[in-house]
Design a protein around this ligand. Structure first.
Ligand SMILES: *Cc1c(COP(=O)(O)O)cnc(C)c1O
Length: 384
């Protein structure tokens, strides 16, 4: 995993910090390109997963488009020279829409009629035509954590099927709007690929509705959400892009001249990131011992927010002289004054002591970007 050299370097770097393996990122991008190119699919990177400069520039160089969810992300993507930029989000402000119009983005993914009317109005003032895709709520269950499922009717996202006809008809009357596509995004960390099959079949039905209404679409955007293996980051360091894209090839029906777009975040960056932290104290509890780290929910909020699992390893060479003797049980917690500030309960580790280095794995996505300075903590650093 980490070479002795790397661990030596860690030992002289102030903790906590994010460590990014740019070589793994490159390999992941190569695998992604290879599989998506097979079918002419266009992949956008969902920037909200990790907007770190080094990471963004590596991704931009690989030729991916960008998928943005705020005006500042649009600015950054355009400054970084991403070619195709999509702007999604259920609450785009007027300022953000103006930024996107000024930067001539490829497409707004729109979530309501009111939003489309505002874009039309703002585009008119600039004498521009805004290209839009309807974000449609396909009512597909992604079988993932309830906070990261987005494609059910009860979620706030997208235009519901029962209102689609009215929204489309009204949009057709707007002079500064051009309808170019439809967009879907059913959730995140989806490991059961059958959810994507259900999505494909639903998209086919919706497509035929547009065909029967003679509304041409050039973009079929099926969003992102492909999950990663948090339990075995070593074994599955690169997601199975082959079966993911093949599934769309097999089940998604497209017309000539249509392009299929994806917006992938987590699957590109999750495995290349690790949060490295130092053990401050070992504290005896009633039924368990605590490892108290110098990293907390301020650096990585996912466990507190989504009860998510991250593999935790003691990477100090002295911790494990006999290799693989993981015979001690610990609750691994951070220093923040919140009981939810816990990275793992009953984690089996070798005997651990003050000063040991711990790696929290698979933290490249929704890690550093979600860091906060609660408790006036320092801004978390990154090492490559
Ligand atoms: C977050 C998001 C994505 C990316 O999701 P991942 O699970 O990271 O692949 C794609 N599209 C939209 C609209 C999103 O909000």
């Amino acid at each position: 995993m980490f070479s002795p050299d790397t661990i030596n370097k860690f030992a002289s770097t102030p903790t906590p910090f994010y460590y990014y393996d740019l070589e793994l990122l490159k390999k992941t991008l190569d695998a992604l390109k290879k599989e998506s190119d097979k079918y002419g699919y266009i992949v956008h990177y969902a920037m909200k997963a990790n907007a770190n400069d080094e990471i963004l520039s590596a991704i931009q160089k690989s030729g991916l488009g960008a998928d943005c969810v705020s005006g500042n992300e649009v600015k950054k993507a355009s400054d970084e020279k991403f070619e195709k930029i999509f702007f999604a989000g259920v609450g785009k402000s007027d300022e953000e829409i103006n930024v996107a119009l000024d930067r001539n983005i490829t497409c707004f993914n729109c979530e309501s009629l009111q939003e489309i009317e505002v874009i039309d109005e703002l585009a008119k003032k600039k004498n521009k035509i805004a290209s839009i895709a309807f974000r449609i709520n396909p009512n597909v269950n992604a079988n993932t954590h309830k906070y990261i499922t987005t494609g059910l009717e009860e979620n706030k996202f997208g235009i519901n099927l029962w209102e689609l006809e009215e929204v489309v008809k009204r949009t057709q009357q707007l002079k500064n709007i051009k309808i170019i596509g439809i967009h879907f995004h059913i959730g995140s960390q989806i490991t059961d690929l059958s959810a994507f099959k259900t999505l494909c079949l639903r998209v086919n039905e919706i497509q035929s509705w547009f065909v029967s209404h003679h509304i041409p679409l050039e973009i079929i955007n099926v969003g992102g959400g492909l999950g990663v293996d948090y339990h075995e980051p070593e074994k599955n360091s690169i997601p199975n892009f082959e079966s993911f894209f093949l599934l769309f090839k097999n089940f998604l029906e497209i017309l000539p001249n249509q392009k299929v777009h994806f917006e992938i975040g987590r699957a590109i960056v999750a495995q290349c990131g690790n949060l490295i932290s130092k053990v401050l104290y070992i504290k005896k509890g009633v039924s368990t011992n605590f490892i108290i780290l110098d990293a907390g929910m301020t650096e990585l909020i996912r466990p507190a927010l989504y009860q998510s699992y991250h593999k935790i390893e003691n990477i100090s060479p002295t911790a494990n002289p006999k290799n693989d003797v993981q015979n001690q049980k610990y609750d691994v917690v951070g220093p923040i004054c919140e009981s939810s500030d816990c990275f793992g309960k009953s984690v089996m580790l070798p005997e651990t002591k003050r000063g040991d280095l711990v790696a929290i794995r698979t933290t490249g996505a929704y890690g550093e970007v979600m860091a906060s300075q609660y408790n006036l903590r320092d801004k978390v650093k990154a090492v490559y």
